[in-house]
Design a protein around this ligand. Structure first.
Ligand code: BEZ
Ligand code: FE
Length: 299
């Protein structure tokens, strides 16, 4: 149904006068940025209400939905971030704040499963910590946009196991599928992880209901998370994705960027591993991710 009904000029004036009055109510705000944020928010919210000619019943439903989002949110579950993620707002905020600088690696969503103080592993070590999945050798370099290696860069990685769960989704406190490694002298790093597999975002709450009601899938494309930090360089929060994954086109949080899609090349059982690890008859994969950090933006 086309919501663009025609309205009388008197009706239009009433609606526009209200917007002007609400915008003006923030005119004495002492903080100019706060004033800009509130006035722009009002303008865009009112534009939405008028665009769809929002009914009172629909607005009640929206309030009910936001109330449910609040009720399910606690220290462990952040349904508001999930809502921002599935509406693409998280990704758009990342785009706005991480403009491309030369060949710097692109950023993507952080997600809710990062944990501080994940174990340190040596270069070439294993982050799996017993999590089930196909072993995956990940290697690359960390450089700045001038091509200079960044030895000592801290590379945090985290991922779901082959059943699609992060360690924090299990009842025990074991760290598995996460860790950090420091780039070596030439900026080189490597580690054993797991070949990423697809999994759904938490969809047993109001956001999941909204996805279902709108015919959307809760699935994320297979990925491996990275956060890379080094003094004087912009912190990079990103993932790498698996080339050929059919979910690349429909990642439910819109996190996929073409530059982040990598080949994860499957190695037949018995193929010698880069570090001599004996995988006793198992297949494994290998991938390469060369990371380029942008200069820090002075704020
Ligand atoms: C994740 O990749 O872990 C994630 C990102 C956004 C929402 C839920 C999960
Ligand atoms: Fe994830």
């Amino acid at each position: 149904m086309d919501a663009r009904i025609s309205i009388s000029s008197e009706q239009r004036s009433t609606e526009e006068a209200l917007i002007a009055t609400v915008e003006a109510s923030f005119a004495d705000c002492a903080d100019p940025r706060m004033m800009q944020l509130m006035q722009s928010l009002v303008k865009h919210l009112h534009a939405f209400v008028r665009d769809v000619r929002l009914t009172e019943a629909e607005w009640d439903k929206a309030i009910e939905f936001l109330t449910a989002v609040g009720h399910i949110t606690d220290d462990r579950r952040q349904e508001f971030i999930l809502l921002s993620d599935v509406l693409g707002v998280s990704m758009q905020t990342i785009n706005v704040n991480n403009q491309c600088v030369d060949d710097a690696t692109e950023a993507t969503v952080f997600g809710p499963f990062f944990v501080n103080d994940a174990p340190e592993i040596s270069n070439g070590g294993d982050i799996a910590g017993g999590a089930p999945g196909q072993p995956c050798w990940v290697e690359g370099t960390v450089r700045d946009t001038a091509g200079k290696p960044v030895p000592g860069a801290r590379i945090e990685v985290w991922e779901a196991d082959e059943d699609g769960f992060y360690d924090v989704q299990y009842p025990n406190d074991r760290a598995a599928g996460r860790g950090h490694v420091f780039a070596g002298p030439e900026g080189r790093y490597s580690f054993w992880g797991l070949t990423p597999t697809p999994y759904p975002i938490p969809h047993d709450g109001p956001v999941g209901k909204m996805l279902e009601a709108t015919g959307r899938s809760p699935m994320r494309a297979s990925h491996l998370h990275f956060m890379v930090t080094a003094p004087g360089l912009r912190t990079l929060v990103t993932h790498i994705f698996v080339a050929g994954d059919e979910l690349l086109k429909s990642d439910t949080v819109f996190g996929v960027k073409r530059s982040l899609i990598k080949d994860f090349v499957e190695q037949p059982a018995g193929t010698p591993t880069p570090d001599g690890r004996n995988l006793v008859g198992r297949t494994w994969t290998r991938t390469r991710f060369d990371i380029v950090l942008a200069p820090e933006i002075p704020r």
